[in-house]
Design a protein around this ligand. Structure first.
Ligand code: SAH
Length: 500
């Protein structure tokens, strides 16, 4: 169970200029990022309404372990156990006692002020997107120098293939003269940059595009602005006002804090790559008194610990909803379950937008097509760490429940159809990544060819790359079957490629 791609690769993404179908030239690594000035500490922007569990009716959650039928006890031996057996390296703790970070103080403040623990979802949301000190907010977390690497950073071919899918979708939509292209959680903006470079020859398409980046991090917004080679538009007609233009394909770009802020009324294509896994999840554990929500509390030594809620929380409503979508046998075998109300709500927003405006959405993430049991993990500097250790310094992410995505979309609108999930390998293969890699290999140095092959393997392969001759600890690990792809489209357009 690898979270994103743990850094076992030296195949740093090589940038190949001119992403047209042929004649590309290999350039050196894209890695060095522009120096980033500290992010402005703007107003708090909380992006998707959290369904995090505050204690219902103002009663406090007891700091208890599940004490069985005789009631709760405070025995530490009954503390919640989290199975990390499937992790490829054990979590690391930061051993030296350190002063509480700004975020730790903030989390402790919430728990103390509320007089009780907070849900895992609230913890996760604060850790990742707290407007002052969240993990994503003030730094570039991607790549060799960061905490993890994602497919767009592995190879330009990834964004190019998403470009192929987007263009096909646009054609199926009847080639509208204006289309909103929305990316949720664009990271460094690499996927969008490769998509634009790759499609820049198709003027009809790029002239129709209005790009909308949904991003919570001021630091990453700046990086996206830079990677999309944006300029501030001057010669724009009065009614349009000030515009930011990506010079990669001459397309207008706008940033938003949430999908709801993207103007509606135009046909829309939405891309969400490794966005859903960052949405806050609630965890429940089966106890003698039924399903209890797992909460985060402070223990006597002032560190964080998990406790169980002694009574139902608001998230129980979503748990019940999720159960309705599952077979009894699927639930019976579980003692632990994760649900993501924010993902359910977001999917409904997507489905309604696609229903009213036309278009489609593509969701790519690691996960499974069914109930998720216990997948939440923390990664710092390419290593698994304890979820409660030094929050804000490590990424938190969880598997995506693609079955819940499908049900949420179908529940929201009868006008949309949901396709997949299929594996990333099937998806990229059907879109022609083999031809693309062959074309790029025609015109590159030996070193670049090695990098391309390693990148190709990472995107579509499974397990360790068989051809690898470099150091063992750097062998590329395939993401081809661990990552799944699903599409939500307006039924008017018919099934999207390659799901048709
Ligand atoms: N899609 C990129 C980045 C994935 S990491 C890639 O594959 O490389 C998750 C991204 O989502 C980051 O850009 C992060 O800042 C953004 N993000 C996370 N939670 C968010 C939220 N609630 N609202 C808006 N952006 C969010």
């Amino acid at each position: 169970m690898l979270r994103k791609l743990l850094l076992r690769t030296s195949a740093a993404r090589r940038s190949l200029s001119g992403a047209g179908a042929s004649g590309s030239r290999v350039l050196p690594d894209r890695r060095p990022s522009p120096s980033l000035s500290p992010s402005p500490r703007g107003p708090a922007s909380r992006f998707y309404a959290s369904a995090s569990s505050q204690v219902p009716g103002g009663t406090f959650v007891e700091h208890v372990d599940d004490g069985g039928a005789d009631g709760p006890t405070s025995r530490p031996s009954a503390a919640i156990s989290v199975d990390r057996s499937a992790l490829c390296n054990p979590p690391e703790h930061s051993h030296e006692p350190t002063a509480d970070s700004e975020l730790v103080k903030h989390l402790k403040g919430i728990i103390k002020f509320r007089g009780g623990p907070i849900s895992v979802a609230e913890y996760m949301e604060e850790v990742l997107t707290n407007p002052k000190a969240g993990f994503y907010i003030n730094r570039d977390v991607f790549g060799m120098e960061g905490d993890f690497i994602t497919s767009p950073e592995v190879s330009q071919m990834f964004g190019e293939m998403i470009g192929v899918w987007t263009m096909c979708m646009w054609e199926q939509m009847g080639q509208p003269s204006k289309v909103n292209l929305v990316e949720l959680g664009p990271g460094r903006g690499t996927l969008m940059a490769d998509l634009l470079r790759g499609t820049s020859k198709f003027k009809h398409f790029t002239e129709a595009l209005h790009i909308h980046m949904v991003e919570c991090s001021p630091t990453l917004r700046k990086l996206q602005h830079s990677n999309l080679k944006c300029i501030e538009g001057e010669n724009v007609s009065q009614d349009v006002g000030h515009r930011t233009i990506s010079t990669l394909a001459g397309t207008p770009v706008t940033w938003h804090a949430a999908l709801e802020q993207v103007p509606s009324g135009l046909p829309t294509i939405i891309i969400a790559h490794e966005f859903y896994d960052a949405l806050p999840i609630h965890q429940f554990q089966r106890a003698s008194r039924g399903w209890c929500e797992k909460m985060v509390d402070i223990q006597e030594d002032s560190s964080f610990r998990f406790v169980l809620s002694p009574q139902p929380t608001p998230a129980n409503l979503y748990l019940m909803k999720r159960f309705q979508w599952a077979a009894d046998e699927e639930i019976e075998k579980l003692n632990h379950i994760e649900i993501c109300p924010t993902a359910m709500d977001l999917t409904q927003t997507i489905a309604k937008r696609i229903s009213s405006d036309g278009g489609g959405a593509l969701i790519i993430d690691y996960g499974q097509n069914g109930v998720i049991s216990d997948s939440l993990q923390a990664i710092r500097k390419h290593k698994f760490v304890d979820i409660l250790d030094d929050p804000g310094s490590a990424d938190l992410s969880a598997y995506v429940d693609f079955a819940a995505v499908k049900h949420s979309a179908e529940e929201a609108s009868e006008d949309v159809s949901v396709h997949g999930p299929i594996t990333q390998c099937q998806f990229l293969g059907a879109l022609g990544i083999n031809f693309r890699v062959e074309a790029l290999l025609q015109n590159c140095t030996d070193e670049q060819a090695e990098s391309l092959r390693a990148g190709y393997w990472q995107l579509v392969g499974e397990g360790e790359a068989p051809f690898w001759e470099g150091p063992d600890e750097q062998v590329p690990i395939g993401m081809g079957t661990r990552y799944l792809v699903t599409a939500i489209v307006n039924k008017k357009q018919g099934a999207p490629i390659p799901f048709s």
